[in-house]
Design a binder for this molecule. Structure first.
Ligand code: HAM
Length: 463
């Protein structure tokens, strides 16, 4: 079922229980929870996301890939046409709905994007973006698939994706693989293995498909329900079976590699020659067929053993016919996407988590009357690149809190320095600076002399 029932606002209970039933400490409303398989990312976890995104941006710039952003919602037809009608994603995993009707009574069928490639391809062809040659693009974006949530598999997840459009040569397939490989190096990931395969060209696949159907037909009695259903719609996917009882049958099936022509084999060999020259290692996996229908020639996945059943952290390949298939001007293309949650899981697994960011200074403000001067100095320092955190009280009627409790907070913040905006200091037009992580004598600086304070905070011996 592609389209779900439409809900109206009146279906949703919004009213609060009667006041008399509300006890003093309990909220009047039933708590609202996030949707299953969709996660909140709060600090300190979010700092890890920012760290990874920063690494990605740096590497993408080094490799001349430019950022692209496309809508989260697209016409359902884009994915049906682009990813293939008989794929798991389109058959059962899309969040799809019928939009409200416009004045003419027409209502669009829309879907939350389950992946990024189709949207990028649509955008590129809609804006004739390849008019002056090929383009290298990347994105970091949320995707939505209604899969059964488990470790490494979510209903809202995030992908970093790279797409090189308008390039036909094997060097771009290799560049793509090397780009992902470089990211693992920059992040410090270990034990990620690369599997590659070639799916050849459509005519070669057609001949292989005929052989495959004949083979599986000859073994009808050994096919499970899924395989029977796919026999005539998508027999290649039977090779990807997770059913142990069928794996031997799949292993003996005709190999696509034996049906590839000279050009396809040469393309595949050239990709490997470039990888070989850079010391990248890989395995050829003839059963690697990917879960989306748009691929031809090179396909690849990066896999980790450490993540259990959701071990594929990155997948991609060439998709030379997709642009044409969604109605654009034919152009070759190749790309990949990695799952941010899976890569972060691996980073944690391998103890690669970087230190959480901390402020340089924490402003201790014993009396609220000091706030205007304190906040003005913090603004001036932040403009010079200092990370500054202001002490704030939970309840201003209670005052700013004792010196002791403020110092406790300063310490817990991880700041290197406390700036103390005490009454005596302010009367002299000064702020006191106390080191929190090393034994340096407390000093005072004129509020008006930001440069001298800055030099003190940034002095190497103080770090
Ligand atoms: P994909 O293999 O469907 O390919 O997804 C790429 C990666 O996204 C997977 O290897 C996995 O790490 C992550 N991923 C997929 N589904 C989930 C999920 N439910 N929860 C968490 N992570 C997930 C694509 O999406 C293609 N668009 C890749 C591509 C780009 N091919 C060419 N260009």
């Amino acid at each position: 079922m592609l389209f779900q029932k439409e809900f109206s606002v009146s279906d949703i209970q919004t009213s609060a229980p009667a006041a008399a039933t509300v006890s003093k400490n309990k909220s009047a409303f039933k708590p609202v929870h996030a949707i299953r398989g969709m996660n909140d990312i709060l600090p300190p976890e979010s700092a890890l996301w920012e760290w990874l995104e920063e690494k990605v941006r740096t590497v993408m710039q080094q490799w001349s890939y430019r950022n692209v952003r496309t809508p989260v919602l697209e016409h359902t037809g884009l994915f049906v046409r682009g990813l293939g009608e008989v794929t798991d994603i389109v058959e059962k995993e899309m969040y799809s709905f019928q939009d409200r009707a416009d004045k003419q009574g027409d209502a669009d069928h829309l879907s939350l994007r389950p992946e990024g490639t189709a949207g990028v391809v649509r955008a590129v062809s809609e804006h004739s973006y390849l008019y002056d040659g090929g383009k290298r693009l990347y994105y970091i974006a949320p995707m939505f698939r209604r899969e059964r949530p488990q470790r490494g598999r979510y209903r809202q997840f995030h992908q970093v994706g790279a797409e090189a459009l308008g390039f036909a040569g094997p060097e771009v397939d290799a560049e793509m693989i090397l780009l992902a490989h470089e990211l693992w190096q920059q992040i410090g990931l270990k034990d990620v293995s690369l599997q590659i395969n070639s799916l050849g060209q459509p005519s070669e696949r057609q001949r292989h498909r005929e052989a495959l159907v004949a083979y599986f037909e000859a073994h009808q009695d050994q096919l499970d329900e899924d395989a029977k259903r796919r026999l005539h719609s998508n027999p290649l996917r039977i090779l990807d079976t997770k059913n142990p009882a069928m794996q031997e049958l799949a292993a003996q099936a005709p190999k696509l590699m034996d049906y590839l022509g000279e050009e396809s084999l040469k393309h595949f060999e050239q990709v490997q020659a470039i990888l070989r020259a850079q010391g990248v290692t890989w395995q050829i996996n003839p059963r690697l067929v990917r879960g989306l229908d748009y691929y031809n020639l090179t396909v690849f996945e990066f896999v980790s053993e450490a993540l259990g059943s959701q071990g594929t952290i990155c997948g991609g390949g060439r998709y030379d016919y997709l642009i044409e298939q969604i109605g654009g001007k034919a152009a070759p293309a190749v790309g990949w996407a990695f799952g941010v949650e899976r890569v972060l899981e691996l980073i944690k697994e391998q103890d690669l988590v970087p230190a959480a960011p901390v402020p340089d200074v924490y402003a201790i403000v014993p009396e609220a009357t000091a706030l205007p001067q304190a906040m003005a100095l913090l603004t001036a320092l932040r403009r010079q690149g200092i990370k500054a955190q202001l002490h704030t009280s939970a309840d201003s009627a209670q005052g700013m809190g004792s010196f002791k409790s403020q110092f406790k907070r300063a310490d817990a913040s991880g700041a290197t320095w406390a700036l103390v905006f005490g009454g005596d200091e302010l009367d002299r037009g000064e702020v006191a600076v106390k080191a929190l992580r090393h034994t340096q004598a407390q000093t005072s600086f004129a509020l008006a002399n930001v440069d001298a304070l800055l030099a003190h905070l940034q002095a190497p011996e103080a770090q």
